[in-house]
Design a protein around this ligand. Structure first.
Ligand code: GLN
Length: 535
């Protein structure tokens, strides 16, 4: 029997609803329950895969190849569970399913409407998440804030789930902002009361209110919320400011949120593994001494565009006892080698992450060259591997003007080229090489040493690949091809023999790094950056 927790947001967006939901997931996991997390996004895109990172931040990719909202990254990092396509549902996805059925004639001549057809499809997505994964608890976060027009069908669907389930099978959590009046620091609960009422007018009564505020909420504020929002005082949970996001589950546990949820949902357990998370956070907080790492990309104005990469860097640092200072470097600013030197010379590590389109590419190639020539640890991810290949082709193999055909179709040396399977594909949505693919690692390589295993499985999101025609030429120039997908004969990992670290991969390791299981390539990179720093 699966239980359902729904997390809605009120007052304003951007108050950490996703991290609150993820923290609830961690709390329940600590108590031994199997948790599956899911996000509803009310926009019309089928998935965020076609959206600019400036619109929506990073596109998080699941093992089964879904392009999803970045909140799924929080869910996976906090719960250490691999999510699936069922974890990411948008209005676009729901409508296209319904319209497909209508065209097939599945509705037997009925007039197809938001209620019941759209809401049924939404409910199906919730129930399916439960049955498919056999989870004890499915936690569903509803994107946006209560009252948004596009969110209405989702709110109606989760209301219906309550009316068709036993009372102790469904729990509603509402997250709100308690603003303070500038100058007086007085906290105001009125917006919370309004938001609660708005939710009530749509048939949902919040069971737990999670508050975000500048200062601590005192007894009187708690009493007020309890009175006006009709929840017991102890169900008003404060989401305090924390230095590390991973502290939030502990903050919630101190307020007994796990017990409150278990009481409400009649979940029983004797298990309590909360201490491991607490000691992880304590260990992380002891990290000191900086290590400077540059992320050289083109979407740097919005740090969320590199959320999983930066979180994996920070986490690797915490684990190794060091604070990673991330410098977001605009690739377009690296206009020549001198400029690259000026900006990058103080760095202990240089990372070129994934990306699309031509802008900034030459600057990234300069970053790879600079790292290589100065033995600064380099870590290339997806586009970052393609960049390193271009740099090595041009500057070590003497293939002048070598390029990727993504950026220069007429290059004399197309060292990176469109994958065979991509030729002829015109539609942009969901058509890249996506999700898990296996790779084998060569004996004696840095990657093999770090992973400690020969066969790995990593997540992908790209259309272009290393052009196998250049394997020989680039090998002669010093490139080591150390990771191969045997089925498709694709290059997955390359390295250079340097005293530091020069590793680049076609896949996205950042999606698999967890605070309590740091990804080996991030671990190795930060370790190398620390060594350089200490020298
Ligand atoms: N634009 C490159 C490709 O499609 C790299 C993609 C990425 O970095 N995710 O192959």
């Amino acid at each position: 029997m699966t239980k359902y927790i729904f997390v809605t947001g009120g007052v304003v967006s951007g108050i950490g609803k996703g991290i609150s939901a993820a923290s609830i997931g961690r709390l329940l996991k600590n108590r031994g329950f199997k948790v599956f997390m899911q996000k509803f996004d009310p926009y019309l895109n089928v998935d965020p895969g076609t959206m600019s990172p400036y619109q929506h931040g990073e596109v998080f990719v699941t093992a089964d190849g879904a392009e999803t909202d970045l909140d799924l990254g929080h869910y996976e990092r906090f719960t250490n569970e691999e999510l699936t396509k069922s974890a990411s549902i948008t209005t676009g996805k729901i409508y296209s399913r319904v319209i497909q059925k209508e065209r097939r004639g599945d509705y037997d001549g009925a007039t197809v409407q938001v209620i019941p057809h759209i809401t049924d499809e939404i409910k199906k997505a919730v129930y399916k998440a439960g049955t498919e994964t056999d989870a004890d608890v499915v936690i569903t976060e509803i994107g946006g804030t209560v009252g948004d027009i596009e969110g209405l069908p989702f709110i109606e669907a989760i209301r219906q789930i309550h009316s068709e389930s036993a009372v102790d099978d469904v729990l509603y959590v509402h997250t709100v902002l308690i603003p303070s009046i500038p100058g007086s620091d007085e906290l105001k609960t009125k917006p919370t009361q309004h938001s609660f009422k708005q939710l009530m007018s749509q048939g949902i009564k919040a069971d737990i209110i999670i508050t975000r505020s500048d200062g601590a909420i005192d007894e009187s504020i708690r009493n007020k919320i309890s009175l006006f929002c009709d929840v017991p005082k102890e169900n008003v949970i404060e989401s305090r400011h924390v230095d590390l996001i991973y502290e939030l589950p502990n903050v919630f546990r101190d307020q007994k949120l796990d017990e409150i949820i278990m009481d409400h949902l009649k979940l029983e357990t004797k298990e309590n593994k909360s201490d491991a998370w607490v000691s992880m956070v304590e260990h992380f907080k002891k990290a000191e001494g900086p290590v400077d790492v540059a992320i050289v990309g083109k979407y740097i104005q919005l740090h969320d565009a590199y959320l999983s990469v930066s979180q994996a860097l920070l986490d690797a640092g915490y684990e190794l006892g060091r604070l990673v200072n991330i410098h977001y470097v605009d690739a377009e600013e690296l206009t020549d080698d001198e400029k690259a030197e000026e900006i990058l010379k103080k760095m202990d590590g240089i990372l070129v992450p994934g990306g699309f389109g031509e802008r900034g590419v030459e600057g990234m190639v300069r970053a790879s060259k600079f790292a290589r020539e100065h033995e600064i640890p380099y870590f290339g991810i997806c586009l970052g591997m393609q960049i390193a290949v271009i740099d090595i082709a041009r500057n070590l193999a003497g293939l002048r003007d070598a390029h990727s055909t993504e950026f220069e179709v007429n290059t004399p040396y197309p060292v990176i080229d469109l994958m065979e399977s991509q030729i002829g594909i015109e539609s942009l949505g969901g058509t890249q090489r996506l999700g898990n693919y296996p790779c084998h690692l060569e004996e004696g390589s840095k990657a093999r040493e770090l992973y400690g295993e020969e066969h790995i499985l990593e997540r992908h999101r790209h259309r272009y690949e290393f052009n196998n025609e250049y394997r020989g030429k680039l090998r002669e120039a010093g490139l080591k091809i150390v990771g191969i997908n045997d089925d498709l004969d694709l290059v997955e990992v390359i390295e250079l023999d340097t005293p530091g670290y020069f590793v680049a991969c076609q896949f996205h390791p950042e999606f698999k790094s967890r605070p309590n299981h740091i990804h080996p390539l991030f671990h190795g990179f930060i370790e190398a950056a620390m060594e350089r720093r200490d020298r």
